[in-house]
Ligand binder design. Structure first.
Ligand SMILES: Cc1cc2nc3c(=O)[nH]c(=O)nc-3n(C[C@H](O)[C@H](O)[C@H](O)COP(=O)(O)OP(=O)(O)OC[C@H]3O[C@@H](n4cnc5c(N)ncnc54)[C@H](O)[C@@H]3O)c2cc1C
Length: 342
């Protein structure tokens, strides 16, 4: 997701993270949008010609709040959770396993040392900001591991979990597992153009985005046609990951292979940008733990909108699994000192 924001920025977009749209109104010529910066605690007013509501599970409630009328599609909110276990098998392959209820669950190698098991499907009515795994979901995922793997696991083996909310388009009387994963777009031309995106999947996001732009094209007569089909995302301009690994290893022979491997996967060719002008491990700065060095932290803050230790350890690198409380604290202290100095 983040890499798309980076690409949009390269093409002139302003990216405002941790910034909430709190109010909008149309003057007939376009929109006035009130946004709240939750870091600085400040509000500002922006102007735009067209408004796109792509707020995922929040799309309907945001539409109702901002437009004062019902959203065009009713959403069915379905929570999905994953658990992280110590590595269940040594091979590189993933498994798709069928549970007693007929649903398919994946078990995939995760971050070298772990296995990721998911997902569940549970109707959801709670706080959209904080979905967490329930005991029933945890037990359901543990049960499938114990059904198929030789070594059995229990709740105490679970080292982590995460959950998300799928915004599915409601079709009355259909079980959550059977509700379509398709998406719908709805465009209102009056009082000013406003398009909402309901549902969708990561696998179809580029087609979805192209269709959005096709619908919005008439409002922006100077836009050129689609160009993303053959364009790589930032850092994705390489053929084989093995070759990229070799290129990095030969140009930066002093850099530890496990760092090269992680960076090659996380940043692709942007790793060269992070390493610019470095000549030895000494240029990598302080190590905060688990081979996370100041050089990478500074890059994430300067270029990928990281702000907190949580952003870096969970949202960008997933090194949180390997960090002790003391290491997290030292990283947090460094980040707040850097912010104060800026
Ligand atoms: C458990 C689970 C498993 C999934 N598995 C798959 C899969 O295997 N394959 C697949 O292709 N897809 C899968 N998906 C679907 C995929 O994750 C979603 O389609 C995708 O994340 C949707 O992206 P989005 O940008 O539309 O919405 P989101 O990623 O939800 O982003 C919406 C954004 O809007 C922001 N927002 C909300 N309100 C406001 C406001 N007032 N002002 C400013 N911003 C606001 C939110 O903060 C959020 O960042 C899965 C989803 C879940 C939950």
């Amino acid at each position: 997701m983040l890499i798309n924001a980076l690409q949009a920025q390269e093409h002139g977009a302003d990216i405002l993270t941790r910034t909430e749209v709190v109010d909008v109104y149309s003057d007939g010529y376009g929109w006035h949008v009130m946004v709240r910066d939750h870091i600085e605690n400040t509000d500002q007013k922006l102007r735009c010609k067209v408004l796109v509501n792509a707020a995922g599970p929040w799309v309907s409630q945001l539409h109702a709040k901002l437009m004062g009328d019902e959203a065009s599609y009713k959403l069915r909110l379905v929570k999905g959770s994953h658990i992280v276990l110590p590595k269940l098998h040594d091979q590189d392959n993933a498994f798709l396993l069928q549970h007693h209820d007929g649903r398919v669950i994946f078990v995939i190698p995760y971050l070298g040392k772990y296995s990721l098991v998911g997902t569940t499907e549970e109707e959801y009515e709670g706080d959209l900001d904080k979905p967490t795994i329930s005991d029933a979901e945890r037990d359901y995922l543990i049960a499938i591991v114990n059904l198929y793997f030789k070594n059995s696991v229990s709740r105490s083996d679970v080292v982590g979990s995460y959950s998300g909310i799928r915004p599915l388009i409601e079709s009355e009387g259909t079980a959550a597992t059977k509700v379509s994963r398709d998406y719908k777009l709805h465009l209102d031309k009056k009082p000013s153009p406003q398009l909402s995106v309901y549902g969708g999947k990561v696998t179809t996001y580029r087609v979805l985005a192209e269709q959005v732009m096709n619908q919005l094209g008439p409002f922006f007569p100077r836009t050129r046609g689609s160009w993303t089909k053959r364009a790589t995302l930032p850092g994705g301009d390489f053929e084989l990951s093995e070759n990229l690994f070799q290129d990095l290893a030969s140009q930066y022979s002093w850099l530890r292979p496990d760092i090269i491997k992680r960076w090659q996967r996380s940043y692709g060719t942007l790793a060269f940008k992070i390493l610019k002008n470095t000549r030895s491990m000494g240029d990598m700065g302080v190590c905060f733990g688990a081979n996370l060095y100041q050089r990478e932290v500074d890059y994430l803050c300067e270029h990928e909108w990281a702000h907190t230790a949580e952003d870096i350890l969970w949202r960008r690198t997933k090194l949180g699994y390997q960090f002790s409380d003391r290491e997290v604290e030292s990283l947090s202290n460094y980040l707040s000192q850097s912010r104060d100095a800026a």
